[in-house]
Design a protein around this ligand. Structure first.
Ligand code: SF4
Length: 465
């Protein structure tokens, strides 16, 4: 047979060969298919038609429909078109909780010199508007940003003022633990439609242990109710972080989110930053997290089968890349990486970082991803030395280990994590625990599609509507 191979990678999952092309199209085929294709041996006629129709093989060196291929590839990389959309403002490191896994190196409420000045806020907002993106998300983080209501109001009002001329589409997000949402903070949120992004680790015994406070759970739940009653139910979302203790409670955590009226959960692993670096055995944690994730995902699928609509958000992000022509705005699974391309961080001290994780490293005197200062010109920050250096390592298409990985199209590049865990921006995939986790989860989702197609596909598609 005479035909040309187009770029694709493959892997073996559930006794099948899974072929994935650069567009994210996936073909599930019998063992030996790739061998036959490479050697131009005949394969099943229907399979071959499918391979040809989905840009895995072509009669001509340049496919007749190469314009369509280009358009589809462009859609998959659309997040690059408009550059940075997410702008994180770290208002302060002050905090009123004491979480065991704190990744932000927060300090207690009495700390001084860890809060952003009005000057820094002004310069940071002005820099944000330099981004060509017509969509901006202004996300306020800490520490606990609700401890700084005047700064919060100033930042939003300044953005609103500048936006009278700029006419961008701006969303505001307050990342808060919800334990002490004052009237002043609620007024700001109501006036400017600020979304509340909070965190809840599960049932009371789990949440309170993680937070280092006996009554944190009660306060957080009361905070959710208060915020929902003032801002609207859908204006409040929550994230969980899987502490070591949480690994034993996948079902209980999902049930807690349902009980509190959430329609989804994001099963999120710990990151090795901040206080979380004290975890003694990251390999063991990663393997246990993978099992935790599978148990929770299966439970969520069962709930859906029984008629309860409930989404696992991490799976939904991967599925969007897998079964739709579109990309996602999720910065942790992008190539080129989300750092700078999709997110910038303005730290309380005036320095600008490539990502949230980058500013966390700086608290431990690692300034590799410090891009510049808010007083510098925008171009010096996003096209400066640190940004250019990171750019050498931010495409998984060009990283050894990733380039021929069977699930690369669904994964992302993360030079910050490579640097923090392997002391090397390039990274070494066989020893990377992030790679291990991502690969295991992506392959598990594919295995569900192979083994339980009729059962899971209607559910997975419903998560993407
Ligand atoms: S990080 Fe691992 S799973 Fe992701 S693309 Fe690279 S090799 Fe594949």
């Amino acid at each position: 047979m005479n035909y040309h191979l187009l770029p694709f990678t493959f892997t073996r999952i559930s006794n099948h060969e899974v072929l994935v092309n650069e567009l994210g199209d996936m073909i599930i085929s019998p063992f030996g298919t790739v061998y036959k294709l490479v050697n131009r041996e005949p394969v099943d006629e229907e399979l071959f038609k499918s391979l040809a129709a989905n840009f895995f093989v072509s009669d001509t060196a340049i496919p007749v429909l190469s314009d369509i291929y280009a358009l589809r590839l462009r859609e998959k990389k659309r997040f690059l078109d408009q550059f940075t959309a997410l702008h994180i403002f770290v208002l302060t490191l002050r905090c009123n909780q004491n979480c065991v896994y704190c990744q932000a190196s927060s300090c207690n409420e009495d700390c001084t010199s860890v809060t952003m000045t009005m000057h820094t806020m002004k310069k940071a907002v002005e820099l944000m508007f330099k981004s060509p993106s017509p969509y901006l998300t202004m996300e306020f983080q800490g520490g606990e940003p609700s401890l700084e209501p005047k700064l919060l109001r100033y930042g939003i009002e300044l953005a609103e003022e500048i936006n009278k001329a700029e006419q961008k589409n701006i969303n505001y997000v307050l990342c808060t633990n919800c334990v002490d949402l004052t009237d002043e903070v609620m007024d700001i949120c109501k006036q400017y439609k600020v979304m509340i992004s909070s965190s809840l680790d599960g049932p009371a015994y789990l949440h309170n242990t993680n937070r280092g406070k006996k009554d944190s759970y009660e306060k957080v739940v009361a905070g959710f109710e208060r915020a929902r009653s003032i801002l609207g139910h859908d204006q409040v979302s929550a994230l969980m972080t899987t502490s070591e203790l949480a690994l034993d409670y996948p079902i209980e955590i999902v049930d807690e989110y349902r009980r509190l009226g959430f329609r989804s959960i994001f099963l999120r692993a710990l990151n090795p930053y901040g206080l979380a670096t004290t975890n003694p055995d990251w390999t063991d944690y990663t393997d246990r997290f993978i099992e935790f994730y599978k148990t929770a995902l299966n439970y969520i699928i069962d709930l859906n089968i029984q008629g309860t609509f409930f989404i696992e958000e991490y799976a939904a992000i991967i599925l969007k890349k897998m079964i739709t022509p579109y990309t996602t705005g999720f910065v942790d699974l992008q190539s080129p990486a989300g750092i700078i391309n999709s997110v910038l961080v303005y730290n309380y001290d005036g320095y600008v970082y490539a990502s949230d994780e980058s500013r966390m490293l700086a608290e431990f005197n690692d300034y590799t991803f410090r891009l510049g200062h808010v007083d510098e010109p925008y171009e010096n920050i996003v096209y400066g030395k640190a940004a250019k250096n990171a750019a050498k390592y931010w495409s998984n298409e060009a990283l050894a280990g990733c380039t021929d990985c069977g699930v690369r199209t669904y994964c992302g590049a993360d030079p910050v994590r490579n640097h923090s865990t392997q002391n090397d921006l390039y990274g070494y995939r066989p020893a990377s625990l992030l790679c291990r986790k991502n690969k295991a989860i992506i392959e598990y989702i594919i295995s569900l599609i192979i083994e339980r197609y009729d059962e899971v596909m209607p559910i997975f598609k419903s998560w993407l509507l």
